[in-house]
Design a protein. Structure first.
Ligand code: ADE
Ligand code: ZN
Length: 344
C-alpha cells in the first residue's frame, strides 16, 4: 500500500509515532522483567538475589555480546516461579504497550528456561495467557503467543518441550528459535520445525543477529519460517537482501538490542532505514526492553535521534509491523485504515 503522510519528510515526533497503530513481533517476555519487579518477586518467593539493589542490577547490564547478555538473562528468570509471577510479568509489559500505542503483540516465551528449573509448563502458560486475555479485554491489545526453543539445547530437548506443550497448543500462534546463535545453526532443528509445521503452527527464528547469512538462508529453506528475527546481517549479501525484498519476508529488527549487544557500535551505523529504502519489510521491536534500555516507542525514537527518521519512514515501519503480523487480513485492513487516518 502507498501511505499518504502529511509533511512526510519531516522528522517524526514522539507524539506522532505513539499515535500510529503498531504491532510488536519480537519481544521476549522474560526480557521485559524490570529490576524492580525482579526484586519484588525475589522477596515474594524467598529468593536471595546476587545483587544488592536495582542500581547494582542495572550496572551489571553492561554487555559485550549476545552470550554475555544471555548469561545474566537466564539467571534473572529464576525469580519467576508461580502462575501469578508470569501474570505480573506479562501484565507489566502490556501496560508499556498501551503507553506506546501498540495494538497487537506476538511475544516469545522460553519454556525450557522454566521447566529445566522444575516449573510446570502449565504454570507458565496459564499466567501468561491469563494476562494476555486481560490485555485483550481491558486494554484492547490483541496477541498471539510464540513458544521459543532454546537453540543451545538439543533438538531432542526441543521435541520433549513440544510434548510438554501439547495440551496447550491452542494458546500458541507459532514457534520460534532463540538463544546462542553462533554454532547452533537452523538445520539442528529441522525435524522439530517440520513437526511444528504439520501441527499447523507458524514458524519464526532468530537468524543473522550475530550469525552469518547462511543461517538466514537455513531458517528460510530448512525451517520454512514466515519471518526472520533480527536478520540484520543480510547486509553482508546483496543476493540475500534482494531475496528478502523480492519474497517480502519480514525482518523483526531490534535497534537498541543491536547496539547494546555490540552488533553495531553506535545507532548511527544501524542499517534498518537503508533496508527499508531497499524495499525490505523491516519492523521495529524491543527484544528485551528491561535489559536494553527501552520499549517499542524508545526504539523508534532512537532511530529519529540517530538516523533522522522521517514521519513517512516511521509510518511505513508501523505499517510493516501490522502486515507482518499473524493477525487476520480483515484485522490488518482495519489497522492500516486507522494508520492512514493518523498520517493524513
Ligand atoms: N533471547 C532473548 N533475547 C535474545 C536475543 N536477542 N537473541 C537470541 N536469543 C535471545
Ligand atoms: Zn530476540
Amino acid at each position: 500500500m502507498t501511505l499518504i503522510v502529511k509533511q512526510g519528510q519531516e522528522k517524526a515526533s514522539e507524539a506522532f509515532i505513539r499515535m500510529l497503530p503498531k504491532a510488536e513481533l519480537h519481544l521476549h517476555l522474560e526480557g521485559s522483567l524490570e529490576p524492580e519487579l525482579m526484586f519484588r518477586l525475589a522477596e515474594r518467593n524467598g529468593i536471595q538475589l546476587p545483587y544488592g539493589s536495582v542500581d547494582e542490577v542495572r550496572k551489571a547490564y553492561d554487555f559485550t555480546n549476545l552470550q554475555s547478555f544471555l548469561d545474566i538473562y537466564y539467571q534473572c528468570a529464576d525469580v519467576l516461579r508461580t502462575e501469578q509471577d508470569f501474570y505480573d510479568l506479562t501484565w507489566a509489559y502490556l501496560e508499556h504497550c498501551q503507553q506506546d500505542g501498540v495494538v497487537h503483540i506476538e511475544p516469545f516465551f522460553d519454556p525450557q528456561t522454566h521447566t529445566d528449573r522444575g516449573i510446570d509448563i502449565g504454570t507458565v502458560v496459564s499466567g501468561i495467557t491469563r494476562a494476555l486475555r486481560d490485555g485483550n479485554e481491558q486494554l484492547d491489545i490483541s496477541s498471539g503467543l510464540i513458544l521459543c526453543f532454546l537453540r543451545h539445547l538439543s533438538e531432542d530437548d526441543a521435541f520433549a518441550t513440544l510434548d510438554l506443550a501439547q495440551p496447550y497448543l491452542q494458546h500458541f500462534v507459532g514457534v520460534g528459535l532463540d538463544s546462542s546463535e553462533v554454532g547452533n545453526p537452523p538445520e539442528k532443528f529441522a525435524r522439530v520445525f517440520s513437526r511444528c509445521k504439520e501441527l499447523g503452527l507458524k514458524r519464526v527464528a532468530h537468524a543473522g543477529e550475530e550469525g552469518p547469512v547462511a543461517y538466514i538462508e537455513g531458517a528460510l529453506d530448512i525451517l520454512d519460517v514466515q519471518r526472520i528475527d533480527h536478520g540484520v546481517r543480510c547486509t553482508d549479501s546483496e543476493a540475500m537482501m534482494a531475496r528478502l525484498a523480492h519474497e517480502n519476508i519480514p525482518l523483526t529488527v531490534c535497534p537498541l538490542s543491536n547496539t547494546r549487544l555490540k552488533v553495531y557500535q553506535h545507532m548511527s551505523e544501524h542499517p534498518i532505514l537503508t533496508l527499508l529504502e531497499r524495499g525490505l519489510c523491516v519492523t521495529v521491536n524491543a527484544d528485551d526492553p528491561a535489559f536494553f534500555g527501552g520499549y517499542l516507542l524508545t526504539n523508534y525514537m532512537a532511530l529519529v535521534d540517530s538516523l533522522d527518521m522521517s514521519r513517512e519512514q516511521a509510518a511505513r515501519l508501523a505499517a510493516n509491523s501490522l502486515t507482518a503480523s499473524f493477525a487476520s487480513e480483515e484485522q490488518k485492513a482495519l489497522w492500516l485504515e486507522q494508520l492512514q487516518q493518523v498520517c493524513a
